[in-house]
Design a protein around this ligand. Structure first.
Ligand code: PGA
Ligand code: MG
Length: 229
């Protein structure tokens, strides 16, 4: 039997990246004289990658933005974000202990994020965490991204896992919806960047700290989902 695969979202789940996302986004939109955004704004902007985040910031400020300008601003964001990495970003409390606990139990770990690979992989490397993961996929790894199930299926394949032995851990609608679309159980974290209460998205369960993400919880959810299917 293949080992369980635990797939983690990155922003707002594994890593508290909000301060750096806000700094780089504000650096980017300031170049177009837009007023800076706050953390509360960010919860409505983040989730579909930096390009969409920039577009949403312009919509929030009711300023038009064409595709050419978006390309320029995306490159400005990427340069600033890369230069400041890992910046203020840190794993949420209990993350490293959780990754070690699951690996010690023979589980395989992966990251499935809508952040572009060119930002996600260097960030995880800069934080010294890349050795924990069998695969890291970004919003640009495949032709589609979360909440499309194919982003999950591609991550499972890259990690050498099985679709009926995988679980998704995330902080926002893209994660929970992607899990539902892929027919796998999900653990919602309530300390991330969702603009709605994570429980309202009906994940399989909700945790408030990574200490609650135990080997038993993963196995129980995989058994329950198999019984249900
Ligand atoms: O980069 C984003 O917009 C969100 O990324 P995430 O999928 O890791 O939450
Ligand atoms: Mg997230």
């Amino acid at each position: 039997m293949s080992s369980p695969l635990v797939i983690f979202d990155l922003d707002g789940t594994l890593i508290d990246t909000a301060p750096d996302l806000i700094d780089s986004l504000n650096h980017t939109i300031a170049s177009a004289d837009l007023a800076p955004v706050t953390f509360d704004d960010l919860t409505h902007l983040v989730g579909q990658g930096a390009r969409v985040m920039i577009k949403r910031a312009f919509e929030l400020r009711k300023v038009k933005l064409d595709e050419t300008e978006t390309d320029t601003l995306f490159n400005l964001f990427v340069d600033h974000y890369r230069q400041n990495m890992p910046g203020k970003s840190q794993p949420f409390a209990g993350v490293v202990e959780c990754l070690e606990r699951l690996a010690a139990a023979g589980m395989t770990l992966a990251i499935c994020t809508n952040k572009s690979e060119a930002l996600a992989i260097p960030l995880i490397e800069a934080l010294g965490l890349s050795g924990h993961f069998a695969a890291i996929t970004g919003g640009d790894t495949f032709p589609v991204r979360k909440p499309d199930a194919a982003h999950i299926f591609g991550t499972i394949e890259n990690a050498g896992g099985k679709r009926d032995h995988a679980i998704m851990v995330g902080d926002s609608i893209n994660d929970i919806l992607a899990a539902k679309n892929a027919g796998i159980p999900s653990i919602g974290v309530d300390f991330g960047y969702s603009d709605v209460p994570i429980a309202s998205l009906s994940p399989s369960t909700v945790i408030s700290h990574f200490d609650a993400l135990t080997v038993d919880l993963v196995n129980d959810l995989l058994v329950t989902s198999k019984v249900a299917s």
